[in-house]
Design a protein around this ligand. Structure first.
Ligand SMILES: [Ca+2]
Ligand SMILES: [Ca+2]
Ligand SMILES: [Ca+2]
Ligand SMILES: [Ca+2]
Length: 260
């Protein structure tokens, strides 16, 4: 059946209703390591008298980050976020880390993004111990992009240097560190598989002190590592539904009017 002029008028009527659709406001999104395929863990090296390079710390209630001469004392953090709820451009992003335990010394920390598509993006968080159960649970020796012979190194060609943050001496437990910037934004917008992993290492100073630990999703005291996002607006499916119904009612009304 060819479209009649009244049908065309009805279509333009629907189009008019469509143009009357209210603008959808910018959306906010909060994702933690406890959501979906999220994970948080740290890895620790093996030194002369302490051997942790095959031990998993996926169930620890903090992630510890340290860099000192003995690799058996060095620790690096791995935080993964599930981006399956992110379906439009990320306009603003802040990585929020809640500190656990203060320190009398200030420290700086490097933040890296594991490159999108890296075969290790779906690393196994694990439940602790050196039993390799669940199979492949994260350790110093199998962690993606870990530069295993240096206490704060990552493999440059497999990571994106996102910048660093600093924590002043005597910062109290419960303090939230906010990390943001254009590199973080670009890294998140480059994601194609809904997985984003951050590696955090100690930038300095070189010190035996444990410093600023970060509460994990296993910690009962505070928020797990969190991504606070502002997302570009997209019309919600429910909005489409409502305006489709309005459009159909419009067509019915128009046809009824034509018949009169
Ligand atoms: Ca964990
Ligand atoms: Ca996504
Ligand atoms: Ca990814
Ligand atoms: Ca285990």
């Amino acid at each position: 059946m060819l479209p009649t002029s009244s049908m065309l008028r009805a279509c333009s009527c629907v189009l008019t209703f469509g143009l009357m659709m209210p603008a959808v406001s910018v959306r906010a999104g909060v994702i933690t390591t406890a959501d979906g395929n999220g994970a948080d863990a740290f890895v620790r090296g093996t030194g002369t008298w302490n051997h942790y390079a095959d031990t998993n710390f996926g169930n620890a209630d903090t992630v510890k980050i340290k860099h000192i001469g003995n690799l058996g004392d060095c620790r690096k953090a791995y935080l993964r976020f599930d981006l399956s709820g992110v379906s439009s451009e990320v306009l603003a992003a802040t990585l929020k880390l809640t500190l656990d335990g203060g320190t009398t010394e200030g420290f700086s920390y490097n933040v890296y993004g594991l490159l999108d598509g890296h075969p290790g993006e779906n690393w196994v968080e694990g439940d602790g111990g050196s039993d390799n159960s669940p199979l492949g649970e994260l350790t110093w020796n199998n962690a993606p992009a870990n530069f295993t012979t240096w206490g704060n190194g990552v493999i440059d060609s497999e990571t994106w240097d996102l910048g660093y943050y600093s924590v002043a001496a005597n910062t109290s437990a419960g303090t939230v560190v906010n990390f943001s910037g254009n590199n973080l934004l670009s890294f998140l917008n480059a994601d194609t598989n809904d997985l984003a992993t951050f590696l955090i290492t100690r930038r300095g100073p070189y010190s035996q002190r444990l410093g600023n630990q970060i509460r994990t999703k296993e910690n009962t005291l505070g928020a797990p590592p969190t991504l606070d996002l502002t997302l570009a607006p997209v019309p919600e499916p429910s909005t489409f539904l409502i305006w489709s119904i309005v459009g159909l009612v419009g067509i019915a009304w128009y046809r009824k009017r034509q018949r009169r």
